[in-house]
Design a protein around this ligand. Sequence first.
Ligand code: FDP
Length: 316
Amino acid sequence: MDKRHENNEAFLRVNPFLRDVGIPDDLRDIIFSIAHAGKYVAHSIRNGSLGYAHSENPSGEDQLALDVVADKIFCEHLNSTCRVGTFASEEQEAEVKITCSDGQHYAVAFDPLDGSSLVSANFAIGTIFGIYAGDQFLGKKGREMVAAGYILYGPRTLLVVATEKGMWEFTENGIGEFVLSRENIVVEPDAKYFAPGNLRALAERSDYEKLFLHWAKTPLTLRYSGGMVPDIHMIISKGSGIFCYPGHSAYPNGKLRLLYECAPFAYLIEKAGGVAKDEFGVNILDKEIKTLHHRSSILIGSKNEVEQALSFLNKK
Ligand code: FDP
């Protein structure tokens, strides 16, 4: 049963909590260092520059000063744990190898600041991460992750993390500690909410247009902010819903990245009982990571709704 700890009455801090549920020390150190980095990113969002950095990321998108700062903060924190042998950031072209004396058994992929286009509007944005055993990403599948999670920078800063031991939400309590706010998170098979990404594809895809009109005529409620982290957190928070981002001519495979965005969320959603597939019905966690910036279409959330949505797409 989904359990919420209102007003932080549980007061279980992330680091001892993860130790007590049996997460190995090295993996726990990595998750804790990501949570720690997230506090600095939240501080930069509130107090730093919101303008452009006058540089581009590997996908040719203009970077914000915040994209650059967030990337630097996560790189520094992952470097200093001495638990990570390799990391890859959505803001960088190539993966980075770290040499340190301690055992380095993990590779971490992260999108330091997802939802950059929403920054100037002061909407919620986030960080997404996936952790793999070993020292590489290419040739692996999302199913091989040992942990995944996200940080949501909204009116409150939340950390949601899943490992083979479970899935939990922690809330930053105002004095720099993430305390347990939710456990046993469940996404029900039937959706009450829909978040249709890439609606510009309606102009060239009658299948997506039919699906969109179907949703619009059902009792489902539209909840869409344009940020993958808050939009999928909406599903996780309410316990049901569907988010999708199908392809169109500008991005035939969809815009979102398999390694940095789709796979971590697929891992989290499956942990909660939901599912994530690409628009051809292939499970996101079974897709091989062929390049670091490999893109994929995605339908994610409540199982029955994902299957029903798939029945509309790519029909002759
Ligand atoms: P953004 O470009 O603002 O960083 O992958 C990034 C992302 O946002 C997702 O968070 C969001 O779901 C999607 O792109 C929005 O894409 P469109 O701009 O095509 O709507």
